[in-house]
Design a protein around this ligand. Structure first.
Ligand code: NAP
Ligand code: MG
Length: 496
């Protein structure tokens, strides 16, 4: 029998890579500056991390461009890139415990999910794009016999990936796996709160055989390193995941620099519609609770608006409330913990400020709402449920990015659709019903990039993911992700 891992003991043994990774080497920031990277598990400083700025980004871009032009990666046969990326995936899997621990310490998520969800999905993504890349064909246009119109895909060149802290390595992998598979060089800017797994994984990429300069990591702040990437004249594309506010900055940076391609995965305010004819109310209640409390609600697709049909309201809300108890925050390093810490104090304060706003605007707090585990030194918030929420209240309109659920009641299908779509966001929507016609009719009417029927957690790497409206544009995952990292070339040959 496998013995259980003592994660506290493993954590005590861990050492941290904390420098930038440029052109195949760990280097300090050109300025020599570092910042304190705090663990929200206990509020202690984990490491002093290189604080990169313009000069570091410029060095990374030069290395990435030189590597791209040298062609060792960009011009390698797809099957060769496949083999190298498969090795990369194997190395990530081999170091799963270490990487999971880095994620838990860095941003406070339970170790069980860091390993079983985050790191395993990263392995899946890298492997999937590795396996895909020697199976995508180019096109021949239907020109007639007097010409040959070839439509081929080429890598873009230098791709900047700017990612958030909620799934540090997974959000990065959504970008770097397809970008590398397509032959680009990548410069990754992890979130300031959670750079450790990205910094470590760069070394594994090299070990797998990805040539130096092809995969670079520049830790630092958004306003400095992030902005420098966004404004660089020799970056071909930015793939961004983060808030809608910062997503708009990248459009501006692009317009004010070299018109680089920008793709944006931004915020969300997922409606989760539960109809009275749902087949399994227990499953729906579990989906409603895990859809908002997983990762402490720090999920772009968190189903933060629970729309319940009036006639089942009382029983259903009672069920969700009962399940929420299982998400009471615990030690992230304990394998039994289902909800850990929030990423930092400011994110905790933000969630708590929405609890206050909800009460002020007249919503009814029926569970949670407080900070707990103060003695730990970390930033833990109870699973929180509001009832009697109106969709125009602040807590129903703004993305909280915390474990705060807003319950809204509806009378009929038309009202449910109207409330669901009454948001600036359109990343995901969910619905529960046993009526096939209703399910399809409502799914069509919902303005969201993903509609989940009888679940709240969507699919894996095989399905595209991205937003409508101010949730952004461009798609991660699936073969459609390759569209973001390639451009089409037409080669037109006269044959007559
Ligand atoms: P954020 O503040 O927008 O930050 C995202 C990234 O952008 C970070 O690396 C950040 O660096 C950087 N950044 C911040 N300000 C910048 C600036 N002025 N110029 C250039 N870069 C800048 O988002 P977050 O707080 O890390 O993450 C939460 C948000 O991400 C939520 O809105 C959530 O919905 C969204 N999200 C979306 C998806 C999706 O797929 N749609 C997935 C996950 C999360 P710093 O770390 O230094 O701030
Ligand atoms: Mg941030």
């Amino acid at each position: 029998m496998a013995t259980a891992i003592d994660w506290h003991a493993e954590a005590a043994k861990l050492s941290f890579r904390s420098q930038a990774f440029i052109n195949g080497k760990y280097v300090p920031a050109a300025s020599g500056k570092t910042y304190d990277n705090v663990s929200p598990v206990d509020g202690k400083v984990l490491a002093k991390v290189a604080s990169c700025d313009r000069e570091d980004v410029d060095r990374a871009v030069k290395a990435a461009r030189a590597a791209f032009n040298a062609g060792k990666w960009a011009e390698a046969a797809p099957k060769q890139r496949k083999r190298t990326l498969q090795k990369f995936a194997d190395l990530i899997a081999k170091h799963a415990d270490e990487l999971a621990l880095l994620e838990t310490l860095d941003m406070g998520k339970p170790i069980m999910f860091a390993k079983g969800v985050d790191v395993m999905s990263v392995v899946d993504h890298v492997r999937w794009f590795a396996e895909a890349i020697d199976k995508v064909y180019d096109e021949i246009a239907p020109t007639g016999k007097d010409a040959l119109g070839m439509i081929t895909r080429e890598p873009l060149g230098v791709v900047g990936a700017v990612v958030p802290w909620n799934f540090p390595l997974l959000m990065a992998a959504w970008k770097f796996a397809p970008a590398l598979a397509a032959g680009n060089s990548v410069i990754l800017k992890p979130a300031e709160q959670s750079p450790l797994s990205a910094i470590r994984v760069a070394e594994l990429a090299m070990e797998a055989g990805i040539p130096e300069g092809v995969f670079n990591v520049v830790p630092g702040f958004g306003e400095t390193a992030g902005q420098a990437l966004g404004r660089h004249m020799d970056v071909d594309a930015i793939a961004f995941t983060g808030s809608t506010e910062v997503g708009k900055f990248f459009l501006k940076y692009s317009g004010e620099s070299n018109m680089k391609i920008v793709s944006l995965e931004c915020g969300g305010k997922t409606p989760n519609i539960v109809f009275a004819d749902a087949a399994n109310m227990d499953a729906a209640a579990m989906g409603a609770a895990s859809g908002i409390f997983f990762n402490s609600g720090q999920v772009c697709v968190a189903s933060s608006r629970l729309l319940v049909e009036e006639k089942i309201h009382d029983d259903f809300v009672e069920k969700v409330k009962a399940i929420s108890a299982a998400f009471h925050p615990g030690d992230p390093l304990d394998v039994n913990t289902r909800m850990g810490s929030m990423v930092d104090k400011s994110q905790m304060d933000r969630a708590l400020s929405y609890v206050e706003k909800g009460q002020k605007e007249g919503a009814k707090l029926i569970a949670g709402g407080r900070q707990v585990r103060q003695n730990s030194g970390g930033f833990y918030v109870e699973p929180t449920i509001f009832d009697k929420v109106a969709n125009d209240m602040t807590i129903a309109q703004e993305e909280i990015f915390g474990p705060v659920l807003s319950t809204i009641t509806f009378r009929d299908t038309e009202e449910a659709i109207r409330i669901a779509n009454d948001t600036i966001y359109g990343l995901q929507a969910c619905l529960w019903t046993n009526d096939l016609t209703k399910a399809h009719r409502v799914a069509r009417a919902l303005r969201a990039g993903t509609v989940n029927i009888n679940n709240t957690d969507g699919g894996g790497v095989e399905v595209p993911f991205g937003g409508y409206k101010q949730s952004g544009f461009g798609r991660d995952k699936s073969l459609h992700a390759l569209d973001k990292y390639t451009q089409l070339k037409t080669t037109y040959i006269k044959l007559a």
